[in-house]
Design a protein around this ligand. Structure first.
Ligand SMILES: *Cc1c(COP(=O)(O)O)cnc(C)c1O
Length: 423
């Protein structure tokens, strides 16, 4: 296939899409055609080292035999049943998810937003149950600045970025945003009017920011004092991404509710809301549900993903290569003043730059050179590679970033004077 023809095809695709699809996405001018392991190939046959996994989804990479086998087998057997009937997959998934999270019960759905929506509804219903039992508890929800919880009206209500929330107003009332890691502000905002505190243990979209142990412990104490629920959104940070099944397992604090999604079924859409026995009391049959949620296909793949992570020792691998990746980024930071900070754990890493221009240049040049990554929060390059990434592949990525940073004198100089473009 000649490059010229392929380019024309991409341009035609872009034109057609621009007429036919609701214009919700700004896409990179690349048409991905296939994948193998940690590599993606575009329609011109160019190979990319994938350091993003389709935003934290393809944790086992592409064409993983366990996933392909699970999909094929299940497609030949039964894809969908509705939730009017039993099938074994939901229980098999729930057994695994309760084991790895330490929570008691599972609600299966189809996306992160839907899992988070279930968590919010559970918190409101649980407060209603407590009121019916004579307790004084309100309906307010505390969320954090810089948070991202999804795109439904409920989820955007707890998402801090105004551009995601304000065009859709009035969104769900009763949400108060508290400054990230500001323990005093959390205490001041809390009262028995609050039914839930919502936390991303490691913020993703917001630029890879850790919550502090002190903030978590305070939130736990406050919730325990009234019966409010502590909700952890682990949609991006969960399922082994940081080297533990959930990012909260790096701390001693445990949630009442957690949400999982992105890598849960290796690219087949699936979300899960997990909760304690106490919280689960709030949902009675018929109160909440989904047509597709927990269908046999998604369940078969989730089982394959979880079992593969276990059998291939991928949590330990993520910790090992993730620690190495972060060390290498910190070496780069010593060499290049353009880098302000390296954050994260395992294979959820943010590299924060002095200026959005430098981050943008590096991002674009890396893409040209065959590396897929993402820029979030203007100045942060975000790395969410497949768990099967190797040290050699990390070395190549670091070497390329080093070269690009070394050969961009004008931007490198301007970043020293430049202000941080956080917003
Ligand atoms: C991606 C994400 C969501 C939303 O998930 P979708 O599957 O896109 O609906 C919610 N919370 C966090 C932390 C996320 O990273």
């Amino acid at each position: 296939m000649s490059t010229a023809i392929a380019t024309t095809q991409l341009e035609e695709l872009q034109t057609a899409e621009s007429r036919l699809l609701v214009q919700t996405y700004g896409r990179y001018p690349v048409e991905l055609a296939s994948g193998e392991g940690v590599y993606l190939y575009d329609s011109e046959g160019k190979r990319y080292l994938d350091l993003l996994s389709g935003i934290g989804v393809s944790a086992l990479g592409y064409n993983h035999p366990a996933i392909t086998a699970a999909i094929t087998k299940q497609a030949e057997t039964l894809i969908h049943t509705s939730n009017l009937f039993f099938h074994r997959g939901t229980t098999e998934v729930a057994l695994r998810l309760t084991e790895i999270t330490g929570l008691d019960r599972v609600f299966l759905c189809n996306s992160g937003t839907e899992a988070w929506e279930a968590a919010l509804k559970l918190a409101r219903a649980h407060a209603g149950l407590l009121r019916a039992e004579g307790k004084q508890i309100g309906t307010k929800i505390i969320a954090l600045e810089n948070s991202f919880h999804g795109r439904s009206i409920g989820s955007v209500s707890t998402t801090h970025k105004a551009a995601y929330r304000e065009p859709f107003g009035p969104v769900m009332p009763g949400v108060e945003f508290v400054k990230h890691n500001d323990v005093a502000a959390l205490k001041a905002a809390f009262s028995n009017e609050v039914c839930a505190i919502a936390i991303e243990v490691l913020q993703g979209e917001g630029g890879i920011n850790w919550i502090s142990e002190e903030f978590l412990a305070t939130a736990r104490e406050l919730c325990d004092s009234t019966g409010a629920l502590l909700l952890f959104d682990e949609i991006q940070s969960g399922m082994g991404r940081t080297g533990t099944w959930c990012a909260y397992q790096h701390f001693s604090v445990r949630p009442d509710v957690t949400t999982l999604a992105k890598p849960l079924a290796g690219g087949v859409p699936m979300g899960a809301m997990l909760c304690t026995e106490e919280a689960a009391r709030a949902f009675k049959p018929g109160m909440h549900g989904t047509t597709f949620g927990g269908n046999p296909l998604a369940c078969a793949v989730a089982i394959a993903v979880i079992d593969t992570i276990k059998h291939e020792g991928l949590l330990a691998h993520v910790t090992e290569v993730g620690t190495y990746f972060i060390e290498q980024f910190n070496e780069l930071k010593k060499k290049h003043e353009a880098i302000v900070e390296v954050r994260g754990a395992g294979l959820m890493i943010g590299v924060d730059f002095h200026s959005a221009d430098v981050a943008k240049h590096l991002h674009e040049t890396m893409m040209e050179r065959g590396f897929i990554l993402n820029r979030t929060h203007d100045t942060v390059l975000r790395f969410l590679p497949p768990y099967i990434l190797t040290r050699d592949q990390i070395d190549i990525a670091i070497r390329t970033m080093d070269e690009i940073l070394t050969t961009m004198p004008s931007l490198a100089a301007s970043n020293l004077a430049g202000e941080k473009a956080h917003g």
